[in-house]
Design a protein around this ligand. Structure first.
Ligand code: UD1
Length: 398
């Protein structure tokens, strides 16, 4: 992608903004699919190959967890290969604490070794993010939580996991993944009601089925060669960047249906979107209008991860917008950075109200990334701002 000037150094991103974006970007595999797929590799006897995986810090962290569990896990070009069965039920503590998705590695260890120990998950500070739904579901399948020191989680299922009829009171993506991973190797059939239906869940079930599991219950899995689905949030990020900074960008390798709500809102705001089977071209040359009131939801609603990114585009509109995240209570940690750039925003609980772009536009500023999507939203807003911005503490964006 051309025109804008961005430099990245460890922990910092400099942005020279105020210039339109032009070019083509290939959308990489989805982080939120790759992480559960790497956890699923713990269930497989044969080698697993995941094709064309982006080198993100959470992916490296997952490789650390797999190695800690006793598997071989390594890069082969852009692919990841995982081989060998887990032999150690204790996940490396420091690595596990870095990433919320480390909880996903527990169910496979329980299924394989009858025990799992991890540090309680860290990750982005966007809300409470409890793991009660994971634990309640696993308990229904025969897992017990053992006493452990603070910050640790130890689960045991000495008699093995068994199928159960489980209803989730909220369609949590992570809990659905945990329970799928547990169920696929449990004795008997599991019925999961109220499950999440995000595309990343379908990717995981497809992977498990390809490895010889039936999601109605079964024992050991073989490995397989798998291309994880494209990253709809990454595509949303670039689409919002074009809306904010202007220009025309083609996003390839990702069906626009996966991020349809984002594209539709951007069209309402004055962008043009041309859709193909697995590409979209997003353009904005004229003015941007306010979006009115927008809400996130579970799939196929507007993704919570896209909320701060859309908010960054809303900053550049002539009219008013408001966006409410119904999933996480602290989604808009980027609000302070938006203000530093000159944006008119007001945060009240889960709602971010965005006023019209000031006549002088946005200007470069020194910013701190509050979390992954909030940090990306600051980069997007900085691309539309005149002059130079510096975004610090970008480890979540990495
Ligand atoms: C995943 C995604 C994240 C995305 C989110 C919602 C990964 C690695 N991350 O996160 O990018 O924003 O889905 O689409 O895939 N909850 C509970 N108890 C639980 C689990 C969740 O109350 O045991 C609540 C959470 O506090 C939150 C809501 O459920 O309010 C959604 O969380 P969940 O769907 O589990 O998100 P994650 O799997 O953490």
């Amino acid at each position: 992608m051309g025109a804008a000037d961005m430099t990245q150094q460890s922990g910092r991103i400099w942005v020279m903004g105020g210039r339109p974006l032009n070019g083509t970007a290939a959308i990489p595999a989805a982080k939120n699919s790759v992480l559960p797929l790497l956890a699923a590799a713990l269930l497989c006897r044969g080698p697993v190959r995941l094709r064309a995986v982006p080198r993100l810090s959470d992916v490296e962290c997952s490789l650390g967890l797999l190695r800690g569990a006793g598997c071989a896990a390594y890069w082969q070009g852009a692919d990841i290969v995982v081989a060998g069965m887990p032999s150690n039920s204790t996940l490396p503590g420091e690595t596990a604490a870095q990433m919320r998705a480390s909880i996903l590695f527990c169910a496979p260890l329980l299924a394989r070794l009858g025990r799992a120990e991890t540090s309680l998950p860290g990750g982005c500070n966007i809300g409470a993010r409890p793991i009660d739904l994971h634990l309640e579901g696993l308990a229904r399948m025969g897992a017990k939580e053992l006493d452990a020191v603070a910050g640790k989680l130890v689960l045991a299922a000495p008699g093995g996991l068994h199928g159960a009829d489980i209803t989730l009171r909220f369609p949590s993506v992570g809990a659905t993944e945990t329970l799928l991973l547990a169920a696929v190797c449990a004795r008997g059939t599991t019925v999961l009601r109220g499950a999440a239906r995000e595309p990343e869940i379908s990717d995981l079930t497809e992977f498990l089925n390809r490895c010889g599991g039936r999601i109605e219950g079964r024992r050991g899995l073989s490995g397989c060669d798998f291309s994880p689905l494209p990253d709809r949030i990454f595509a949303s990020t670039l689409a919002c960047a074009v809306a904010a900074a202007g220009g025309r960008v083609e996003l390839t390798g990702c069906p626009p249906a996966l991020y349809a709500p984002v594209l539709e809102i951007l069209e309402q705001m004055g962008c043009t979107v041309e859709r193909g089977a697995d590409r979209a071209e997003v353009a904005r040359f004229g003015r941007l209008y306010g979006a009115g009131r927008v809400f996130t939801g579970v799939y196929p609603g507007l993704a919570t991860d896209a909320a701060p990114l859309l908010a960054a585009a809303m900053l550049c509109a002539e009219g008013e917008s408001s966006i409410e995240d119904v999933i996480f209570e602290r989604r808009f940690g980027c609000a302070e950075g938006f203000e530093r750039l000159g944006g008119r925003v007001k945060r009240a609980g889960r709602v971010l109200s965005v006023g019209p772009l000031p006549e002088s536009g946005l200007h470069g500023a020194a910013l701190t990334a509050p979390d992954l999507r909030g940090g990306a939203a600051l980069v997007v807003a900085a691309l539309s701002a005149r002059g130079k911005s510096l975004v610090e503490e970008t480890r979540h964006i990495d």
